[in-house]
Design a binder for this molecule. Structure first.
Ligand code: AMP
Ligand code: ZN
Length: 503
């Protein structure tokens, strides 16, 4: 029996506003779509929180025995300054300001995003599609929505007809908003005169002259609306109906509401069955955002080089800090909380390291009660993860096991009475949950080891260069061959530099 059958997941579904039992469409498989970053600036720690949350879900599903297809897109066109239908494209604006090609901006910040995700030990998604790579799919979706009567063309742009849609479906079902209330709250916005109704949103925009990114379409030379890419790409890779759609709480409206409307406008299906929203990282109660000036980059966090930071914190400290709260609660940044997280993480890592030094369990008469207590603690960790991915409670259960590990180390007689089977089960999941689900890895030793290795190899490379320079080819070849024998391949690059790879 798989772990997901033994500890079935229930998850809070923003669509039904209830915690529900998770039942995937195809038994044993999970399809999950998560809105990725708009790659026009460095990600801040708030963005990292959302992506770490869904990395956690991905890791959890895999650990529990599901086969997962995790799609997380890159928004590289269509997201306009102001998040609405007018104004400059965020990427084009950055390209103009920095005198770069838009795709140079996209590449730069996509690389940066990937580097940051690696630092925080987030796994790569199964597919990472880009909006610009799916213009054809978006145009096809628009054609279908027009054919179904839920969109209209106006001066080369195409708009989604919210009122028409609302006659057949319910616009606002996700965010809980009501179309009439929304209308009375919508002030006249500059440029909205093209639309028939201020609630309508763009599916395709005609490019003004000078607009950098545009493609031919049946309506105009233009570009897709921001919300459309996620409908097109989730449908392409996960189907008209799939299991989970994730993103930050701030995307619920209008982005996700529009996604559902587009999906239904296309094929009557709303896309995901479970909508999961991660809550915001805040600073003094305010959402961390670039525009607020209260966001720091992961690099600033690690170096401590920011006015909000008393000192630097390691990536695993930050990951632990995020895991200590439930993903659906806001999480307020503070130095005190990070310092507490640092202590907590160190304690957990210390227990993990002690496991290797423990005596053998079950060498004395087995104490059934103590063995059952251990089993309950580790099962609680699994149950807490399966209770709407409550990592905060799961950590508390893991600490119970950690305390036992410390006791066994101090006093092996305590371990001698533990049933060896229960012990093996507990240790397997203690290690597995920490490293595979929570993604927490020992870092001091790791980073010291790898920087030491890197430094040592560079010394050897330098010695080999000197040997070559003084024409001592016997020595330079010996260095290369001996390294090769232990699995280190040196590669001489064109410019004269030497790199290495380790098998
Ligand atoms: P963006 O690149 O602006 O589209 O944002 C990427 C992701 O980060 C989205 O899922 C947002 O919901 C999320 N996000 C933005 N600000 C925060 C924050 N302060 N806390 C948590 N998530 C955030
Ligand atoms: Zn999206």
């Amino acid at each position: 029996m798989s772990l997901y059958e033994q500890y079935p997941l229930s998850v809070y579904n923003s669509l039904t506003k209830k915690k529900e039992k998770f039942v995937p469409i195809t038994p044993g498989r999970v399809g999950m779509y998560v809105c990725g970053p708009t790659v026009y600036s460095d990600v801040h720690l708030g963005n990292v929180r959302t992506f770490t949350t869904f990395d956690g879900f991905f890791r959890y599903f895999r650990y529990m025995g599901y086969k997962v297809r995790y799609v997380r897109n890159i928004t590289d066109v269509g997201h306009l300054v102001g998040d609405a239908d007018e104004g400059e494209d965020k990427i084009a604006k950055k390209a103009r300001l920095d005198a770069l090609e838009p795709m140079e901006v996209v590449q730069k910040y996509t690389n940066g995003f990937h580097d940051v995700m690696k630092i925080f030990n987030a796994l790569s998604p199964s597919i990472e599609p880009t909006a610009t790579g799916h213009i054809v799919e978006q145009i096809e979706a628009i054609k279908t929505i027009i054919d179904n009567g839920y969109a209209y063309e106006k001066a080369g742009s195409v708009y989604f007809n919210v009122r028409k849609y609302n006659e057949d479906f319910k616009y606002g079902e996700l965010s809980g908003r009501n179309v009439d209330d929304m209308l009375s709250n919508t002030r006249a916005l500059a440029g909205q005169d093209q639309k028939n109704d201020p609630l309508d949103f763009a599916l395709w925009k005609k490019a003004e002259s000078g607009h950098l990114m545009h493609w031919p379409s049946p309506w105009s030379e233009g570009f897709p609306g921001w919300h459309l890419e996620c409908s097109a790409m989730s449908t392409k890779y996960l189907g008209q109906t799939f299991d989970i759609h994730g993103g930050g709480m701030d995307l619920k409206f209008p982005h996700h509401e529009a996604e559902i409307a587009q999906n239904k406008g296309c094929n009557h299906e709303g896309g995901a069955r479970y909508w999961v929203h991660g809550n915001m990282l805040t600073v003094n109660g305010r959402k961390m955002a670039k525009s607020e000036g209260n966001g720091f980059t992961p690099e600033e966090l690690i170096t401590g080089n920011h006015k909000l930071l008393e000192r630097g914190y390691s990536p695993m400290t930050v990951r632990f800090f995020m895991l200590q709260s439930h993903y659906a609660s806001t999480l307020d940044f503070s130095n005190a909380a990070l310092q507490a997280a640092e202590k907590g993480n160190k304690k957990l890592m210390a227990s993990l390291a002690l496991i290797e030094k423990l005596a053998a369990p079950g060498t004395g008469a087995v104490n059934a009660e103590k063995s059952a207590e251990l089993k309950t603690s580790i099962e609680d960790a699994l149950r807490n993860l399966s209770d709407d991915f409550n990592t905060a409670k799961a950590l508390a259960s893991l600490f119970e096991v950690g305390t036992k590990i410390n006791t066994w180390y101090q006093n092996p007689a305590e371990l001698a009475v533990i049933d060896p089977e229960v012990f093996a089960f507990a240790i397997q999941h203690f290690k597995g949950i920490i490293s595979e689900v929570l993604g927490l890895v020992p870092e001091d030793a790791d980073s010291t080891d790898s920087s030491l290795l890197d430094g040592t190899l560079n010394v050897l490379i330098e010695l080999r260069n000197q040997a070559k320079f003084s024409k001592n080819y016997a020595l330079s070849d010996k260095i290369r061959d001996d390294l090769k024998n232990i699995g280190v391949q040196l590669k001489d690059e064109k410019g004269g530099a030497t790199s290495y790879t380790i098998d």
